[in-house]
Design a protein around this ligand. Structure first.
Ligand code: DX5
Ligand code: ZN
Length: 230
């Protein structure tokens, strides 16, 4: 028996390409625009060919917004760092399926952590474009979120990979069949042009970076994105 869960659609702007020298104002603009989460792209130059920022920036962001902080760990050996990101202020931790050989235990470690407000940290797993959703079958029921990458991770401003939509459709059907209120997040190459299509595929959390921060109107673009997402 399929039980379609009514999921709320959420916008999680990525600050990777924000003006980090004006971070406080950029976060205020996200809030004015109705963003739901702040997406922080953590990159170590090893798991992905780019270096971004670590817990110290999460801490700085934590000081200037009450929005949930959604940390996307594109790093090797994530088990060594998840507690540091939670201490810095993360509310949700997403690790890559491809970044650990001990995914079951890592998911349980993250679920055992408490955020600064004392609430359970939400746990997500991200899949690179070529990684099948079936790799999560045995841990899916433990997850709050699955992040389906629609670009090869490491950089903002890349071209959307359309087959990510097929993965989202399959995963939403799987979650509905299990009666799971699973957040399905998509990340990379999403703009005002394809946001509605991404939602129609069963995604309910959209990450957008370049489309928002290169638009010249951060708050206005967030509002437009939210309207398109329904
Ligand atoms: C890529 C990151 C994305 C990126 C945002 O590895 O995970 O979140 O920063 O992508 P764009 O700029 O395409 O929205
Ligand atoms: Zn990301």
């Amino acid at each position: 028996m399929e039980m379609k869960m009514a999921m709320t659609n959420k916008l999680a702007p990525s600050i990777l390409n924000a003006d980090l020298a004006a971070l406080k104002d950029q976060l205020a603009a996200l809030e004015q625009g109705g963003a739901d989460w702040v997406h922080l792209d953590i990159m170590d130059g090893h798991f992905v060919p780019n270096l971004s920022f670590g817990p110290v920036l999460v801490e700085a962001v934590r000081k200037h917004t009450q929005l949930p902080l959604d940390c996307h760990l594109m790093i090797s050996n994530p088990e060594k760092y998840v507690a540091d990101f939670v201490r810095a202020g993360a509310d949700s931790i997403t690790v890559h399926q491809e970044s650990t050989v001990h995914l079951d235990s890592l998911v349980r470690v993250v679920k055992g952590l408490k955020n600064r407000a004392g609430n359970p940290v939400r746990v997500g797993v991200s899949l690179n474009p070529a990684t099948p959703i079936e790799t999560l079958d045995l841990v899916l029921s433990e997850l709050d979120l699955v992040l389906i990458m629609s670009v090869n991770p490491g950089f903002g401003g890349q071209k959307f990979i359309p087959y990510a939509l097929d993965k989202a459709r399959k995963l939403r059907a799987k979650a509905d069949a299990l009666g799971m209120a699973l957040d399905i997040q998509m990340d990379g190459g999403i703009s005002l042009k394809n946001a509605a299509e991404v939602i129609a595929a069963g995604v309910n959390v959209i990450v957008a970076g370049t489309a928002i921060f290169a638009s010249g109107d951060v708050a206005g673009t967030c509002r437009q994105m939210k309207t398109l997402m329904g």
